[in-house]
Design a protein around this ligand. Structure first.
Ligand code: MG
Length: 163
């Protein structure tokens, strides 16, 4: 059986607002603001979903889980990730590895990175050593630097079994 390696890229950003819980990689992070969005606005999980769908040629998260659908309101984004994983499996596509970068001026995310990796690797049924999450600031530059929002960049490799 032939195996094709495919690469995917995902990007997402959400606005920080008062009165929301901050959830990144399925981890609740103590902070005075959270991300605004239709679901729980987990920017990391959204970018991972988009990278996986991109690598697989299966569209994007907005197409799969539209914000016009009330079922997706306040939804736990890890459910999106498990559904995306199932969709990939149905196309004989396995995840090789995930590498993510969170961009946030505050709060400090490093203490939570291993819990995020653990959640993502559980949802993708992948060893944790194949899921990497990094966090960076932008030294005060841009919308993330001003604390207006948090962004996530993700690349993934997947392998597709053919024939
Ligand atoms: Mg999003």
């Amino acid at each position: 059986m032939k195996k094709l390696i495919r690469v995917g890229h995902g990007f997402d950003a959400h606005r920080l607002v008062e009165g929301q819980v901050l959830v990144l990689g399925g981890v609740e992070i103590p902070y005075h603001q959270g991300l605004q969005g239709h679901s729980d606005a987990d920017v990391l999980i959204h970018a991972i979903c988009d990278a996986l769908l991109g690598a697989s040629g299966l569209g994007d998260i907005g197409k799969l889980f539209p914000d016009t659908d009330d079922r997706n309101r306040n939804r736990n984004s890890r459910e999106f990730l498990t559904e995306v994983h199932r969709l990939l499996q149905s196309h004989a596509i396995g995840v090789v590895n995930v590498d993510a970068t969170l961009v946030a001026q505050a709060p400090k995310l490093a203490p939570f990175v291993d819990s995020m990796r653990s959640n993502v690797s559980a949802d993708l049924q992948l060893d944790q050593s194949f899921v990497n999450v990094k966090a960076t600031t932008t030294e005060g530059l841009g919308f993330t630097g001003r604390g207006e929002g948090i962004a996530a960049h993700v690349v993934v490799l997947v392998e597709q079994s053919i024939g």
